[in-house]
Design a protein around this ligand. Sequence first.
Ligand code: BG6
Length: 490
Amino acid sequence: MKTNQQPKAVIVIFGATGDLAKRKLYPSIHRLYKNGQIGEEFAVVGVGRRPWSNEDLRQTVKTSISTAADKQLYDDFTSHFYYHPFDVTNPGSYQELNVLLNQLEDTYQIPNNRMFYLAMAPEFFGTIAKTLKSEGVTATTGWSRLVIEKPFGHDLPSAQALNQEIREAFTEDQIYRIDHYLGKQMVQNIEVIRFANAIFEPLWTNRYISNIQITSSESLGVEDRARYYEKSGALRDMVQNHIMQMVALLAMEPPIKLNTEEIRSEKVKVLRALRPIAKDEVDEYFVRGQYQAGEIDGLPVPAYTDEDNVAPDSNTETFVSGKLLIDNFRWAGVPFYIRTGKRMKEKSTKIVVQFKDIPMNLYYGNENNMNPNLLVIHIQPDEGITLYLNAKKLGGAAHAQPIKLDYCSNCNDELNTPEAYEKLIHDCLLGDATNFAHWDEVALSWSFVDSISETWAANKTLSPNYEAGSMGPKESDDLLAKDGLHWWNI
Ligand code: BG6
């Protein structure tokens, strides 16, 4: 798909007064406009319960765009925004919306293309999708697409029910399920690093790789999202979606073509090959944690159970680590270790690929051990790759020491990497669903994590077990130590 096309559409944002719209969606649409990726033939309709005016919305959009663009550009941009007060359960609201969309399509010469972006409480996803259809809002002569934020259900049965509801109104290829990690530059680069480098792909198997570690740590706590997070926990919030997507990209076979269907079908095969965790094996393969009070960047932070809207005896995990096994020819015997959590030492997402030791060590490294070769893919905040090799110490005897080959794509240049949402909104406008989660991927991920979350829910014994500002509970280190390995905190 060429990226220099300027798609023409009306973007309808449900949840226009909400946090996601302000923090991510408005700034992303603004950057698309500023960079010429959308032209003048677009409009945004913000939909919400509050009785706002167009002016209220435009002011909110201006405030949410932090860059100092000139006033004229701001005004030109925000003049494309319209507010529509809305009652989700009232068909009349949808009919009025349809009238407004028709008018805007005339005004901006938009060929009846509509993107419906659900950036709001998931309990309304089904109702909105169905009523959009029943009131004729989706019956366009151009395209109509549904963009849907997570959480997509809270387990397999609820995800299936939600999927059925939205499928009554939209076909699978009209549904764009957001996993914003798929919009990150370095997550997209996993495929390129693997499939465009002759020095990696031949080694990318259980013959040469010892294990793969994925860490996505956050230093923030639950902020003001405890009501959601208490019901979700780290497993549903991060593992079921973002982490499983990264596992699939790391483990999939080369697709025969770089198109949506082929890539998705390879990812699905990985998820199908994941070894299910039986309920009585959960403790062997997964560790959960909850943060105690601690210190981050020199400042004290409270325990999870002391955060607003968290139950004092909460059983919600704020940390997960686990060992995944993929039962196929390429990966048999190679553990994929994953970990993620709130209030950890730092905000960082990285992937470490640890290669197997060479068969015979002719050199002495530190403590007479050769250091393994590592490939580190830095997803954020740094974006780049580091390759750890062994080289000889100058003047030394037969000593090898690790050296680093570093490439950091966002360290030196002034250009900011496109924000994940910017990329994904643009992809959706162009009809490219590659970096969105297909239903099969969502369903397989839920069926993998459900046995873990059910076991944890039935066993309400989680007590706070890691200090805020650490890298998680000791059991997480033990998980690798059992296999003679350790986390690479590099
Ligand atoms: C979201 C989770 O999907 O991802 C949040 O709901 C989490 O809890 C966030 O903080 C992390 O995203 P990023 O892009 O900051 O790593």
